[in-house]
Design a protein around this ligand. Structure first.
Ligand code: NDP
Length: 343
């Protein structure tokens, strides 16, 4: 490393595993020495850190589609990062990349872990963490591959001011569907109307279930599941035969660690409904569809440049503010794609 290269990183590690909702003591801010750069590695300065709902799952132990973060290890996270030094072919100082830089200011990373070179495309680089990256791609792949939405059908999606839901809603309109978009609170509901959806609803309204029923006179053909909880309760009686449910996320239950809550066992009637109405209910992890990314990326860039897809970012400044912003994400306090600006 040259004399001017940073030798330490400021980072946030997992200090303890949360019981229920995470708290400040589950994280620890610390300085750590950066390892020497080995062949095939790059030194990164992280400029933007993505905060995503899946990170709640990584704080828990247990079987999942990805390994938990170990105690004392830096929290995982996608970053838009600048290459400061490179000992890897194809990567040079000054390159802007999409990396798994984690909750820290700097990182030494294997070149193989770099997801994308970010070329200037007339779009803000932070969009690679949102609508033009993993969350936007999640909307695109889940809606096409599982939702199989047809023109004239009715699509319902919640968490619709966030990067997944807002993209689902707008793709639904581009495909000629009737779109009912749901978010928490009046400000978010008003924002959804600017996206051109047919009906925008606030799931916190006391008569939300009745409002949803009125909004779908022909029933629901595709429910893009982002949240679970009381929104799912309101959707289930309104589903049409042969409806499709891409199960993308169930954020209302993330703090419950997948453990059933006391109460009636609702599984038998749910399975009976799946059978009776021949529903397609399919969970997915976006990496299942990586083969479609090459088609998605230029298409979304074009839609963004044309203004056919809108987006909203919620930018928080400073690594030290990441935990509080993350708690807000799990409670709906974010308004748009949540990113932390690190420089
Ligand atoms: P968002 O930016 O939409 O943020 C999450 C939103 O969820 C909050 O803003 C809030 O919106 C809503 N929310 C939070 N807590 C609750 C709750 N208890 N009940 C109901 N709603 C709640 O996040 P993303 O767009 O990044 O992600 C949306 C969903 O997609 C998540 O479930 C996420 O896990 C999932 N996902 C799945 C992927 C996959 O591969 N399967 C990949 C990426 C995301 P509001 O205030 O409007 O209620």
């Amino acid at each position: 490393m040259s004399v001017s290269s940073p030798t330490t990183t400021t980072r946030i590690v997992l200090a303890s595993r949360p019981q229920g909702a995470p708290t400040a003591t589950d994280f620890r801010l610390e300085q750590a020495a950066l390892p020497a750069l080995a062949a095939g590695q790059v030194l990164l300065r992280n400029r933007y850190l993505s905060l995503d709902p899946y990170m709640r799952g990584r704080m828990d132990e247990g079987r999942s589609y990805a390994a938990p973060v170990a105690l004392g290890e830096v929290m995982v996270g996608a970053t838009v990062s600048e290459v400061l030094q490179s000992r890897a072919d194809g990567l040079a100082a000054g390159d802007l990349v999409l990396a798994s830089g984690g909750w820290q200011t700097h990182a030494v990373a294997d070149a193989a872990s770099i997801s994308r070179h970010l070329q200037p495309q007339g779009l803000p680089p932070s969009l690679a963490l949102g609508v033009h990256g993993m969350p936007g791609f999640t909307a695109y792949a889940g809606l096409h591959e599982i939702g199989k939405l047809q023109p004239g059908e009715t699509l319902v999606v919640a968490a619709a001011s966030g990067p997944v839901g807002a993209t689902v809603a707008q793709l639904g309109k581009l495909q000629g569907a009737r779109v009912v978009a749901i978010a928490g609170g009046q400000a978010k509901r008003a924002y959804l109307e600017t996206l051109g959806v047919d009906v925008a609803l606030d799931h916190r309204a006391g008569d939300f279930a009745a409002q949803l029923r009125a909004a779908v006179p022909d029933g629901i053909d595709v429910y893009f599941e982002n949240v679970g909880g009381h929104v799912l309760d309101a959707v289930l009686p309104l589903l049409n035969d042969f409806a499709r449910i891409p199960v993308c996320g169930t954020i209302a239950t993330y703090n419950a660690h997948g453990v059933a809550q006391p109460g009636l066992d609702r599984l038998p009637p749910l399975f009976a409904q799946v059978l009776r109405q021949r529903l397609t209910v399919r969970g997915f992890i976006i990496t299942d569809f990586n083969h479609l990314f090459a088609a998605f990326e230029p298409q979304m860039a074009q839609w963004l440049r044309d203004g056919r897809i809108q987006y909203r970012e919620d930018v928080v400044k400073g690594l030290e503010n990441a935990p509080e912003a993350f708690f807000g994400l799990l409670q709906g306090r974010n308004f748009g794609k949540l990113v932390v600006q690190l420089d």
